[in-house]
Design a protein around this ligand. Structure first.
Ligand SMILES: C[S@@+](CC[C@H](N)C(=O)[O-])C[C@H]1O[C@@H](n2cnc3c(N)ncnc32)[C@H](O)[C@@H]1O
Length: 272
């Protein structure tokens, strides 16, 4: 099991430079204490229109975009069932990697059904802060409801391939079951963006699918499920997350652990 790291718990100065142009957002663009929805040109100066990626509309509309999707899937028992009873374990693996108490800046790329973000917010120290990005506005609105005015949280309507934050703005970036949903070229851009916005010494944490061991009985049912419902997920069975790192991962430290007979993985990439 992973050991807790203090990479994300140090209180670090927040670089607020907009050195890459006026359209980049510092990590803490929301200075108010309570949850802020920074999603439109009225509130943030960003283009109101963030296009929905084609794969999301074609493959995942039923899970994230359909008006009934949130009503159906936003159930703790259901997300736990989808992960074969492993939701809490995988959630806590990711959260423990960020820190038991978090005093730095954390970016969560993509919303998650279930209580992942609420549990993350519970770990925030008074100097800690969370920003959450999602390309589907309905998912951000759902998260805002779930967070019920939580402190020091910013919600941002953005695409993971085009993050509007300054370089090296976050102590930690976490991606919980996002990569398997994305086509390969999108996935590579997402990984590159996550690494761009993490500070030197900071971590990017991925929790996602992985190829199970030969003897894992879930291997066979998951092959059928993923091939039917999640066509890009099998990439994570064939390749390592490290394969999508920019510059072939040079000058990055990569640590990988697998769980539940290899069906799930946690990969921690530390920027050196
Ligand atoms: C993190 S993933 C899946 C997590 C997990 N299966 C669950 O139970 O929610 C789902 C989220 O990713 C978001 N998403 C997909 N592609 C994205 C992108 N390119 N940029 C930002 N968010 C994206 C979707 O809108 C959705 O809210």
């Amino acid at each position: 099991m992973s050991s807790q790291s203090d990479q994300c718990t140090a209180t670090l100065p927040r670089p607020r430079s907009l050195d890459n142009g006026a359209d980049l957002e510092p990590a803490t663009a929301s200075v108010a204490d309570t949850v802020q929805f920074e999603a439109s040109s009225e509130t943030s100066g960003f283009p109101a229109h963030v296009p929905l990626p084609a794969y999301l509309q074609q493959t995942y509309w039923w899970a994230y975009l359909h008006p009934a999707a949130v009503r159906i899937f936003e159930r703790q028992w259901l997300v736990n069932l989808i992960l074969w009873g492993n939701f809490a374990r995988l959630r806590d693996l990711a959260l423990d990697e960020i820190g038991h108490s978090i005093s730095g800046d954390v970016l969560q790329v993509a919303c998650v059904y279930g209580n992942f973000t609420e549990r993350l917010v519970q770990r925030l120290e008074p100097t800690g802060r969370l920003d959450v990005v999602d390309v589907a506005r309905v998912q951000l609105e759902n998260l805002k409801e779930k967070l019920q005015g939580a402190l020091r949280v910013g919600l941002h309507h953005q695409d993971s391939t085009d993050l509007r934050f300054a370089d090296a703005s976050y102590d930690c970036v976490v991606l919980f079951f996002l990569l398997h949903e994305q086509p390969e070229e999108v996935r590579a851009q997402t990984v590159a963006q996550a690494l761009r916005v993490v500070k030197p010494g900071g971590k990017v944490i991925f929790v996602d699918y992985h190829r199970p061991n030969w003897l894992n009985p879930f291997r066979y049912i998951m092959t059928a499920i993923l091939k039917t419902l999640e066509p890009f997920a099998m990439d994570l069975w064939r390749q390592e997350i490290a394969d999508w790192l920019p510059d072939q991962g040079r000058s990055l430290k990569v640590e990988k652990e697998t769980f539940f007979g290899g069906l799930y993985q946690k990969v921690v990439v530390t920027r050196t």
